[in-house]
Design a protein around this ligand. Structure first.
Ligand code: M6R
Length: 356
């Protein structure tokens, strides 16, 4: 059913705080003592040398965010792989494979799993469809509880996948000897604050997203920059913009700017910065503004002291500033509507890609 918007995507964006609350309520209590991890029948992390996460598009981005938890909190080597390229992987023993797909029917993901050696070990499926082909193929399955998503552009399933994967990862790490206890505690606290952060982002950006869409209606290209844990949300913002508005959008690690992409920046070039608190972003922003680029900064924490903005260092969770995806989705949708695109059914794309 449609809510306040005429399109499904708008309603699915709006639903994200509720979806996040559902995931946190269902899974967070089972993080402690590794209940969630053990309930899935997963081997103790001490018996695993590395994690490989596979997925496509937005699900791959969710995988990259989840990978940050295993590597930053657990020091566990973790890679997120493009499923369609995984055929070239050399699979090592003692690797936990996490396959992410909202539909559970994405051919590239299913094919990547076919290439796994038989003795390889455990495959965990993270999906919004627990009776899908992916769920049947996996050794363990976790439902990301997003509810039906009609819009071709993934929105609430992204948030649900990230939070579900984060809960699973944190649960595994609580029973391993490799986790940093301080980071783990901070992450569990940040998790419970996430639904509120998403709803604040949604409510704050309703007007500004439309205003920015009007400002950039004629822009031919967009840059999305981030560093560290912010980069994955820059990538997701660029993907949403391409998919919905049919405009060119590129994401880059901000540190790469001067190695090439800075040449794209001209007077008025829109440059979205996802701020994860890395102080080096100030220099990146100065480089862009010096060329006349128009910076839109997301995720920062600003205090006004005597009328002057004071940028606070932000120590966010290991999966980065997830709430920044909300304004990025809203901006992509607003721009697409302004350009008379069908935001629920972008051209050339399907909700479930069952050919590889
Ligand atoms: O069903 P899946 O999660 O496996 O789909 C993967 C991608 O096709 C999907 O995320 C796609 O990138 C979205 N339409 C992006 O919004």
């Amino acid at each position: 059913t449609k809510g306040r918007h005429r399109d499904h995507m708008g309603n699915e964006i709006d639903e994200q705080p509720l979806v996040a609350q559902r995931v946190v309520d269902a899974l967070a209590p089972a993080i402690t003592d590794g209940l969630l991890w053990r309930g899935l029948g997963l081997p103790p992390l001490d018996e695993i040398d590395r994690v490989a996460i596979i997925g496509c598009g937005t699900s791959l981005h969710a995988g990259r965010a989840i990978a940050g938890v295993f590597s930053r909190v657990g020091g566990l080597p973790t890679r997120a792989l493009v499923a369609s390229e995984a055929a070239h992987e050399v699979w090592e023993p003692r690797t936990l494979v996490i396959a992410i797909s909202q539909s559970g029917e994405t051919a590239d993901v299913l094919r990547a799993l076919q290439g796994l050696p038989a003795e390889h070990g455990t495959v965990l499926a993270l999906t919004n469809n627990p009776s899908s082909s992916l769920a049947r193929r996996a050794d363990a399955v976790i439902d990301c509880l997003a509810g039906p998503e009609i819009g071709v552009a993934a929105t609430k399933t992204f948030v649900a996948q990230v939070l579900t994967g984060v809960c699973v990862a944190l649960s595994g790490l609580t029973v391993s000897h490799r986790a940093d206890a301080t980071l783990l505690d901070a992450d569990v606290r940040a998790l419970t604050a996430t639904p509120e952060a998403l709803s604040t982002a949604r409510d704050t950006w309703r007007g500004p997203a439309a205003t920015l869409a009007a400002e950039f209606a004629r822009a031919s290209g967009f840059l999305f920059l981030g560093r560290g844990a912010g980069l994955v949300y820059a990538a997701e913002g660029a993907l949403k913009l391409k998919e919905l508005s049919y405009r060119w959008a590129e994401h880059q690690p901000a540190g790469e700017l001067k190695h090439g992409p800075l040449a794209l920046v001209d007077a008025g070039t829109p440059v979205f910065i996802v701020d994860d608190g890395d102080p080096r972003l100030e220099v990146d922003i100065a480089e862009v503004t010096a060329r006349g680029g128009r910076v839109i900064r997301l995720g920062e924490r600003i205090l006004r002291v005597g009328g002057l903005p004071l940028h606070l260092p932000r120590t966010g969770p290991s999966w980065g500033p997830l709430e920044t995806v909300v304004p990025l989705q809203m901006f992509a949708r607003e721009l697409a509507l302004r350009l008379h695109r069908d935001v629920d059914k972008p051209r050339n794309l399907a909700k479930s890609v069952t050919v590889s």
